[in-house]
Design a protein around this ligand. Structure first.
Ligand code: PEP
Ligand code: MG
Length: 597
């Protein structure tokens, strides 16, 4: 899927109630939003007729629900059928019916108005209830009332039977009855304004095994039919109009999620230690704090890359120090993490913010992005650095500077970091007593001068996404060049090996946080180079841990040595694939089958 780059990316956060990741077009679904007219009857002789009208609408509603139930029985949705039973019971509920009739008689109002008053009364009663689950069930009464109102007014129901494209349904809430109006095989996910874990949407989505995020507050207001959206039901995040790089990352996540098998989860909490006792520390990459619980469940020992640019996205103003701090405190304060590496913002390229002193660049990937932008917009940068120092007082924090291509840049960044430290200390603000500083190695120039950079920092983190882009001169977001984007290109392997060797000679640790770190095919190649840390999309962690635990550095070194003898990417790939398939047939044969199907 391609993105419309003229549209702004923004992110909504809610509650992930049905796991999985989907990417698709939004469809705004507004099922029963009737706009009834309320009026006085003005003549008491009209009362019996009005009561009749109400009873007829009740009957019609019941028949419709029975039909819905019939239809649902033919689909996968079996469990939520009881919700329809509940709705039918409400329709027949004496209190509901009699109260409405009483309103028509006593107040001499039309049936629509009377239903509305009955609903108001129910809402009042439910609001006062202690049990939040039962309180939430007011939505059943609301659904039933809406249906009755619609039948009273004779409105046509909206259906999405006609849809031919796959859609992600955006709605206030979705009941099982609503799903009867949908062409279910075309629905691939849900995102709703209201709801919690036990809401209708959640039940329906889980039953249909479709990713869903609920409780987004205003998704129906900000998303339009046709918008491209990502629904991440694992972390409870919805991204609207994702920019290409983000889209790519989520496509990867989607694949990983569908390939993730429960049997791998048993490796999540085990250390990635080889059979000859070499320990690789495994971290998780995150973009949103909401991803942390899932990262921990999947075995992240620390956060190796927190991409902070998302704090800037989807807002009109720049984030304040408090905005930053409130994000970071949730990351560094998360239990069960050894440390958190906060990468200073990498805006520019094709990661953009809606408010930035940025001009449109012809070649943004090589433009004023990442550290270059930070060193130009010093105040924006220092705001972030201050928040990082403060967060560091709450848990072990490392700072990582992106896109370093010269020693001057790292020195300048360190100078500003020190300046903010001094300022905060003078102000008596509580901050981290120390902070490890890292440089991302993702530009070929940084590889060339890695020995010099190593004198300046405590660790390196290899960003293969950009390193491959810049070394092979391939726009990482350009779909037409995907076939050339090759982590196993001999040049890339040599570059990575050099970085690791230089780092180790200089006695600093070296991590990798690009996508390559989570690619099972590359796991032994990287192990052979003896990287200290691999940080990845957390869904990939259990599989990588399993491979490392069942291998040795010795065999990995041999594999690497052999791989480095080849002249072409395809030879390297064929060799490594063959090797890995022999070693882990269950893992790689499946992949092979998928690729060939
Ligand atoms: C990378 O370039 O590999 C990296 C991890 O950073 P990003 O993908 O955010 O540019
Ligand atoms: Mg990068």
């Amino acid at each position: 899927m391609t993105t419309d780059q003229t549209k702004k990316t923004f992110v909504l956060k809610g509650i992930g109630v049905s796991p999985g990741v989907v990417i698709g077009r939004a469809y705004r679904f507004d099922p029963l939003d009737s706009q009834p007219s309320f009026y006085k009857l003005n003549d008491s002789s009209l009362i019996p007729k009005e009561i009749q009208r109400f009873k007829k609408a009740l009957k019609e509603s019941e028949l419709q629900l029975l039909k819905v139930q019939e239809n649902l029985k033919k689909t996968k949705i079996a469990e939520p059928l009881y919700i329809i039973d509940v709705h039918i019971l409400i329709l027949k509920d004496k209190k509901f019916v009699n109260r409405t009739i009483k309103y028509i008689r006593r107040l001499e109002i039309n049936a629509e108005w009377a239903v509305r008053l009955t609903l108001d009364r129910y809402e009042q009663i439910f609001e006062g209830l202690e049990d939040s689950y039962i309180r939430g069930r007011i939505s059943d009464v609301q659904y039933v009332s809406q249906r009755v109102l619609r039948n009273l007014s004779g409105e046509k129901k909206e259906t999405i039977w006609g849809i031919s494209e796959e859609i992600i349904v955006i709605a206030k809430d979705i009941s099982p009855a609503d799903t009867a109006q949908m062409k279910l095989e075309k629905v691939i996910g849900f995102a709703t304004d209201t709801g919690g874990r036990t809401s209708h949407t959640a039940i329906v989505a889980r039953d249909m095994e479709l990713p869903a995020v609920v409780g987004l507050d205003n998704v129906t207001r900000v998303v339009r039919t046709g918008d491209e959206i990502i629904v991440d039901g694992i972390s409870g995040v919805v991204v609207v109009n994702p920019y290409p790089e983000m889209l790519k990352r989520y496509e990867e996540k989607k694949l990983l999620y569908s390939a993730a098998r429960d049997e791998y989860l048993k490796y999540a909490k085990l250390p990635a230690v080889t059979t000859d006792n070499y320990l690789v520390q495994i971290g998780g990459n995150i973009e949103f704090v909401e991803e942390i619980p899932s990262a921990i469940v999947h075995g992240a020992e620390y956060i190796g890359l927190y991409r902070t640019e998302f704090i800037y996205i989807g807002r009109q103003d720049l984030p304040t120090e408090e905005d930053h701090f409130n994000n970071y405190r949730q990351v560094v304060g998360a239990k069960d993490l050894l440390w958190s590496t906060i990468r200073t913002f990498d805006l520019g390229g094709d990661k953009f913010s809606s408010n930035q002193k940025q001009v449109k660049e012809l070649n943004p990937q090589m433009g004023l992005r990442a550290i270059r932008f930070c060193l130009k917009e010093v105040e924006i940068f220092k705001t972030q650095l201050r928040a990082i120092w403060r967060a560091g007082a709450l848990g072990k924090t490392k700072v990582l500077f992106p896109m370093i291509s010269s020693v001057e840049e790292i020195r300048e960044a360190k100078k500003l970091l020190e300046e903010t430290r001094q300022e905060l200390l003078t102000q008596g603000v509580k901050i981290a007593s120390e902070m490890e500083i890292g440089a991302m190695i993702e530009v070929p120039a940084a590889v060339e001068i890695a020995d010099k950079l190593a004198q300046e920092v405590d660790f390196f983190s290899i960003g293969t996404n950009d390193l491959i882009q810049y070394s092979l001169a391939i726009d990482r977001a350009n779909e037409r060049l995907t076939y050339l984007y090759e982590p196993l290109h001999p040049a890339v392997l040599r570059l990575i090996k050099r970085i690791v060797d230089v780092a180790h000679e200089a006695n600093i640790r070296v991590a990798m946080c690009g996508e390559m770190a989570g690619d099972p095919l590359c796991a032994l190649i990287l192990l052979g180079m003896k990287l200290d840390e691999l940080s990845m999309n957390h869904l990939a962690i259990p599989r990588i841990k399993r491979i490392i635990r069942e291998s040795s550095v010795e065999e990995s070194k041999k594999l690497l040595e052999k791989a480095l003898t080849f002249s072409t990417s395809s030879e390297v790939r064929a060799y490594v694939q063959d090797y890995m398939m022999g070693r882990f047939p269950d893992e790689f044969q499946k992949e092979e089958e998928q690729n060939s199907s």
